[in-house]
Design a protein around this ligand. Sequence first.
Ligand code: ADP
Ligand code: MG
Ligand code: MG
Length: 237
Amino acid sequence: MALLEIKNLSFQVDTTKILDDFSLSVEAGEVHALLGTNGTGKSTLAYLIAGCEGYRPTSGTILFAGKAIQTSKIHERAQLGITMAWQEPVRFEGISVAQYLTLKQRDLDPAPYLAMVGLEPGRYLARMVDRSLSGGERKRIELASILALHPRLAIFDEPDSGIDMLSIQDIINVIAACKEHGSAVLLITHREEIALIADQASQICRGKVVCSGTPAEVAAYYKSRQCSGCATEVCVD
Ligand code: ADP
Ligand code: MG
Ligand code: MG
């Protein structure tokens, strides 16, 4: 049984179909890259899986460890082990980095998780998670918090979008650490060099999967601009 199984998922806003009969499976411990250009429905899919407010499918099912979750609340899905890295790093006023990393498990030693994202624990644990941190530092701390959660499924929505904040190698290291912990990863990106670190990959176009296979196969298809989902349109940014 797959850890995450999305079956015939559609999501429509007014008359616009954003996801259209979308199906995808992610096995436990697998890194699955989802490639697609801007506006193809990647973030919408992430919000539907995480259970964000206002994101309930028009039709179809989302099974997590065999349980239908498409109508569950966001915190229920979080309790099942689904977590998401947002495109914009979060900011919490009034708590320290150490407190932030141990919100779920008070007795956890947060230091190794900071080290994994390239931050020296001694310099950051007592800092507040606020404006005094740079965007890149907040992004790293957020990634450390995901590692510290040991989720069953981590969804990364374009971790490369703030590429001025993190290098591609930083992102690869975090994904590798997640996988080492046994987490499955849904890695949303529009850069084929990032997709190549995955175990499996799929390309989404206009809310549908148009290609699935090894990351190399899907990256080649993506680069070829021959996407069957949009026929003559150029399906690469
Ligand atoms: P991606 O993450 O792949 O860039 P999104 O999932 O953010 O794409 O958006 C997919 C498409 O759906 C876009 O055309 C976007 O404008 C549209 N869209 C997303 N959310 C809404 C909404 N709440 N209402 C109307 N259109 C939306
Ligand atoms: Mg986008
Ligand atoms: Mg997006």
